[in-house]
Design a binder for this molecule. Structure first.
Ligand code: UDP
Ligand code: MG
Length: 328
């Protein structure tokens, strides 16, 4: 962990005028060669006039294009900000990139934002002001979701409804665009689980939090990195890492179907007594089908959690940082 005595001291006086603090900005990067330089310029344009010292932590998540070369070039040329580039040995996913970025960031306050500038850098100023006022988690909330295709929008709505219902946290408008105090970052990187869900976990951590609304911008270059398959995988993974509600759902539906079976059972016995036992063949088939499918679904859900437990027990690192570049 990066926290040492001097950080603690800086943190204590973070509101004192004249004392320099540093903002680390974590940018998960996957095939974003066209966005890296632009990200630096956009962020600088916004932060420099406000006299905010910053560090950019690019985490190259196994890009197949020249993203890491671009990051290296930036580290070689930039002198007015700290640039840190981490490169994974393969694509480990955005969550792992956020985690690695947060664990290597050295700032007194850290922000996580997308490299394609869909999260407007101007919002950083608002977030920073709130941090100075003493808020420890500042969450970027989508005022509008920007341009998304209908399938994606529908899918996102369903996914966040499921999460919101099972956890009680409103998620539809939430995003990974957040600013966290050093204290929060230190606690976050201490969490031992491998399957992590940044968007929901930062609210699980507690602390004094505030919300800032922003409008999702258009991508500056390239296309979205999510395919339907990866989105479904991400959705199931996130739900299961954050809640055991699907498992409780099985118990609940089990009870309902037991009651259902009880009624049908009584009805069949009554029919048998009255001598009409041959009837009800359809009911038997229906019951077989329903219980059969329920058992299969339940086994699938239990299997999924078992697989997760197995993954956690293996205790593998979340990612492998293959290369590090930095300026200065
Ligand atoms: N990203 C990543 N690893 C991945 C997929 C995406 O680090 O496996 C990064 C990507 O480079 C971008 C951010 O996560 O900075 C958001 O991705 P994207 O813009 O594709 O998602 P969208 O905005 O379409 O939801
Ligand atoms: Mg994007």
């Amino acid at each position: 962990m990066q926290c040492n005595g001097s950080f603690v001291l800086l943190l204590t006086f973070k509101n004192a005028k004249g004392l320099t603090t540093m903002l680390s900005i974590i940018l998960p990067t996957y095939n974003e060669e066209g966005n890296i330089e632009n990200a630096y310029h956009r962020i600088k344009e916004v932060l420099a006039p406000n006299h905010i010292d910053f560090e950019l932590v690019f985490v190259n998540d196994g890009s197949k294009d020249r993203s890491f070369d671009k990051i290296r070039e930036l580290a070689d040329t930039v002198t007015d900000a700290k640039i840190l580039g981490l490169s994974f040995s393969r694509n480990f996913g955005k969550e792992a990139a956020i985690f690695a970025g947060l664990s290597h960031a050295t700032g007194d306050v850290c922000a996580v934002m997308d490299c394609d500038m869909q999260h407007p850098p101007e919002t950083l100023i608002e977030m920073y002001a709130l941090w100075q006022q003493g808020f420890e988690i500042i969450e970027g909330v989508k005022h509008s979701r920007g341009k998304e295709n209908l399938l994606y929008k529908g899918f996102a709505k369903l996914f966040y409804k499921l999460i919101s219902r099972s956890t009680g946290i409103e998620m539809y408008r939430s995003s990974d665009f957040k600013m966290l105090d050093r204290k929060v970052v230190d606690e976050y990187v201490k969490l031992p689980e491998r399957n992590i869900f940044f968007r929901a976990l930062s609210s699980w951590l507690g602390y004094k939090s505030a919300i800032v609304e922003f409008d999702v911008q258009e991508r500056t270059s390239g296309t979205t990195k999510w395919s339907v398959k990866s989105l479904v995988k991400y959705a199931i993974g996130s739900i299961c890492s954050f809640t055991t509600a699907p498992m409780q759902l099985i118990t609940f539906s089990g009870i309902i179907f037991f009651l259902f079976a009880l009624v049908l059972g009584i009805q069949s016995i009554a029919k048998w007594i009255s001598g009409n036992a041959l009837e009800g063949f359809t009911t038997v088939i229906l019951l077989l089908l329903i219980t059969g499918s329920l058992i299969m679904i339940s086994l699938g859900i239990i299997g999924y959690y078992l697989a997760r437990i197995y993954e956690e027990i293996k205790g593998r690192p979340r990612c492998i940082v293959d290369e590090v570049v930095k300026n200065g």
